[in-house]
Design a protein around this ligand. Structure first.
Ligand code: KG4
Ligand code: ZN
Length: 356
């Protein structure tokens, strides 16, 4: 008889969401996310408040996750946890808790790089849903777009990544959030801009976008252009930001998403890799999802567009990496610690030529 698939409890606490998942193999038995509403009134995440909220939320979130999975804590085979990158105080809550569980239950701990979790989300299998195999064969291209990252990565294997291109300044999620702030919209701004743009004209306000070589991105120029265009238009129509809100949102969205589509298309053509996925908070964006779907159809690609629950930060994605580690018996030391920044030895520098 083959070995039963390992049960992993996964914890993610790198920013302002406390999340706990229970996985049997790659099947997600539960994936609970506790959102910290407190930050919206400050227009951004306040690190000290985030750490305190994690401390309050971690035990109830673990209990809820086990209850939904209908399992006891004693049935867990390993604990996987985000080691970094992220806010140190937030990471420490999840990581210290994972170490305590590892010691108390006598089970291994698996440290996970947050972005590797996002990139391996396509391996997750939803509970009680017909097991359609959405996993992409290696290698595939992953467009990783969040509040802190904007990258095109070749995922060679579960533990081997190569960055083809990345942002030279702001991340695309950050550009969404800052633009939303200029429009006096709530934080996080990305989902609000997305929602308000539904009936807007994306061509109404053309902004200057940066021309960047290779597969890299730059968002600081377009941010300045958005601000200057707003100031100019407000002189003509003082209430434009309120009266023309859908057009502002649609125009901002188009200018932030277009460089992503342009570069991923270029990466497909240059590498010859015909499997792509999108990951990270901005992969929830409706325009990005639609344009990736259209690109996939027109270029004959296998695409993975994550369900909404796996776009923003969640522990199931940390559990996916945990399962690969478990299968390969790669465990970590109890003396390891959380890291705000992570130097990764399995991330290669760009070298596009070898894939031609
Ligand atoms: O991956 P994530 O949850 O956290 C980080 O690791 O950063 O990403 C959060 C980012 C925020 O900047 C948020 O505004 C953006 O994802 N975001 C969106 C949408 N939903 C979330 N941006 C554009 N459109 C959306 N629908
Ligand atoms: Zn993230």
């Amino acid at each position: 008889m083959s070995n039963p698939e390992p049960i992993i409890l996964a914890i993610e606490s790198s920013c302002d969401d406390t999340s706990v998942a229970v996985m049997r193999g790659f099947e997600v038995l539960s994936n609970c996310v506790h959102n910290q509403a407190i930050h919206s009134q400050f227009g951004g995440v306040v690190p000290e408040l985030a750490s305190r909220a994690h401390i309050q939320a971690i035990v109830p979130t673990i209990s809820a996750s086990l209850e939904i999975a209908e399992l006891q804590i004693s049935q867990i085979d390993a604990v996987a946890v985000t080691q970094g990158p992220g806010l140190l105080g937030s990471l420490l809550v999840g990581h210290s808790f994972a170490k305590s569980l590892s010691i108390a239950l006598g089970i291994p701990i698996i440290n996970v790089h947050h972005m590797e979790g996002h990139m391996l989300s396509s391996f997750l299998i939803e509970k009680n849903i017909q097991k359609v195999d959405s996993r992409l064969e290696f290698p595939y291209l992953c467009l990783t777009v969040s509040g802190g990252h904007t990258q095109i990565v070749i995922v060679h294997n579960w533990n081997e990544f190569e960055i083809l291109g990345q942002t030279l300044d702001d991340a695309v999620g950050e550009a969404f959030d800052k633009s939303a702030k200029l429009l006096s919209l709530s934080y996080p701004g990305g989902p609000v801009v997305d929602e308000k743009s539904q009936n807007g004209n994306p061509k109404r306000f053309p902004f200057n976008t940066a021309k960047v070589a290779g597969f890299d991105f730059s968002y600081s120029g377009v941010k300045t252009s958005i601000l200057q265009t707003m100031q100019r238009e407000q002189k003509k129509r003082p209430d434009t930001l309120i009266n023309d809100l859908p057009d502002w949102c649609a125009s901002i969205q188009l200018s932030l998403i277009s460089p992503l589509i342009k570069n991923i298309k270029k990466a497909i053509l240059e590498t010859g890799i015909k499997r792509i996925s999108i990951a990270g908070g901005v992969s929830a964006n409706s325009l990005l999802r639609e344009q990736i779907r259209v690109l996939g159809e027109s270029m004959g690609l296998k695409t993975y567009i994550p369900p909404m629950s796996y776009t923003t930060d969640n522990a199931a994605m940390i559990g996916a990496v945990g399962q690969f580690s478990f299968q390969n018996q790669k465990f970590d030391s109890i003396s390891s610690s959380a890291k705000a920044r992570m130097v990764t030895t399995n991330w290669k520098l760009p070298n596009v030529k070898q894939h031609k």
